[in-house]
Design a protein around this ligand. Structure first.
Ligand code: ADP
Ligand code: MG
Ligand code: MG
Length: 252
C-alpha cells in the first residue's frame, strides 16, 4: 500500500480563494518525490493542508497516510502517525529555548503514541550526536527557537527536529530557500541520512539545485493547484531549461 495517497484534493483558504483544484499524488514507501512549480501554484498550501494548519479548508477529496484518513485529524495526531513538515518559513518562539522545544516535541509525540517519554539526559545525548552532523552547537540549542537564526541555522535546526522524530513521511517545503551552498550540503546530507525503505519524502522546490543533492525518484509539476505532469529525475533538469510557462497554459 502507498504511504501517502492524495486523491482529487480540493482546498481553499478560509473565507477566501480556492487554491488546490483536484490534486492527486501517490507516494510509496521508500520513495523520494519532488514537487516543482511556479510561484503561487499552491505548493506551500499543499504542505499546510497536509499539516492541518488552521485557516485551510478541505472541500473535496482525501489524504491517506498509511491508510489512515488525515483530514479529520488534529495536527498533533497527524504527527503521531509519522508525518513531519519542514516549512518554508519556520516558526519563531521567543520564550522557548531550542532544546526545550525539541524535548517538548519528542515527548508530545511519544505520549500520543503511548510510548515511554525521553529523559533530559537521553535527549541531550541524542541531540548532541545528531547536532554534530549538522554543525549545531550547544550555544544554538540554548537560544530561543529560530529567533534571530540565519536561514541556514533555521533549516539545520529543522533537519535536527526531523532526524530526532524519525517520521514516516517528511515533507520539506523550499528547504533550499535562503541557503548558501555549504548549508545546502549539510541539510541535504541530513535528509539523505534519513532515506530508508520504509520512509518517504516529498521535497517541494522551485529550483532544480536542491535536487542535485537530494536526488528524487519521481518529479511532479504542480501548477494552478494540481499535478499537471510527472516524470523521472531528468524532468527537473528539463524544467530548469524550459521553465514552467508551458504547464501554466496547460493548467489554465
Ligand atoms: P507556492 O508555495 O507554490 O508559491 P502558495 O501555496 O504559497 O504557492 O500560494 C498559492 C496561492 O494562494 C497564491 O496565489 C497566494 O497568493 C495565495 N495565498 C497563499 N496564502 C494565502 C493567504 N493566507 N491568504 C490569501 N491568499 C493566499
Ligand atoms: Mg512561493
Ligand atoms: Mg511556497
Amino acid at each position: 500500500t502507498p504511504l501517502l495517497e492524495i486523491e482529487d484534493l480540493h482546498a481553499e483558504i478560509e473565507g477566501g480563494r480556492k487554491i488546490l483544484n483536484g490534486l492527486s499524488l501517490t507516494v510509496n514507501p521508500g520513495e523520494v518525490h519532488a514537487i516543482m512549480g511556479p510561484n503561487g501554484a499552491g505548493k506551500s498550501t499543499l504542505s499546510y493542508v497536509l499539516s492541518g494548519k488552521p485557516g485551510y479548508v478541505i472541500t473535496g477529496g482525501s489524504i491517506k497516510l498509511a491508510g489512515a484518513e488525515l483530514s479529520e485529524l488534529a495536527p498533533d495526531e497527524r504527527a503521531a502517525l509519522g508525518l513531519f513538515l519542514a516549512f518554508q518559513y519556520p516558526l519563531e518562539i521567543p520564550g522557548v529555548s531550542t532544546m526545550a522545544f525539541l524535548h517538548a516535541a519528542v515527548n508530545a509525540q511519544k505520549k500520543k503514541r503511548g510510548e515511554q517519554e525521553m529523559t533530559s539526559p537521553e535527549l541531550l545525548k541524542r541531540v548532541r550526536e545528531i547536532g554534530k552532523s549538522l554543525d549545531i552547537n550547544a550555544e544554538m540549542l540554548r537560544r530561543p527557537l529560530n529567533v534571530g537564526f540565519s536561514g541556514g541555522e533555521k533549516k539545520r535546526n529543522e533537519t535536527l527536529q526531523m532526524m530526532l522524530l524519525e517520521p514516516k513521511l517528511c515533507v520539506l517545503d523550499e528547504t533550499d530557500s535562503g541557503l548558501d551552498i555549504d548549508a545546502l550540503k549539510v541539510v541535504s546530507n541530513g535528509v539523505n541520512a534519513l532515506r530508508s525503505p520504509e520512509r518517504s519524502m516529498v521535497v517541494i522546490t522551485h529550483y532544480q539545485r536542491l535536487l542535485d543533492y537530494i536526488v528524487p525518484d519521481v518529479v511532479h509539476v504542480l501548477a494552478a493547484g494540481r499535478i499537471v505532469h510527472t516524470g523521472g529525475k531528468e524532468l527537473a533538469l528539463e524544467l530548469e531549461a524550459t521553465g514552467y510557462a508551458q504547464f501554466q497554459n496547460e493548467a489554465a
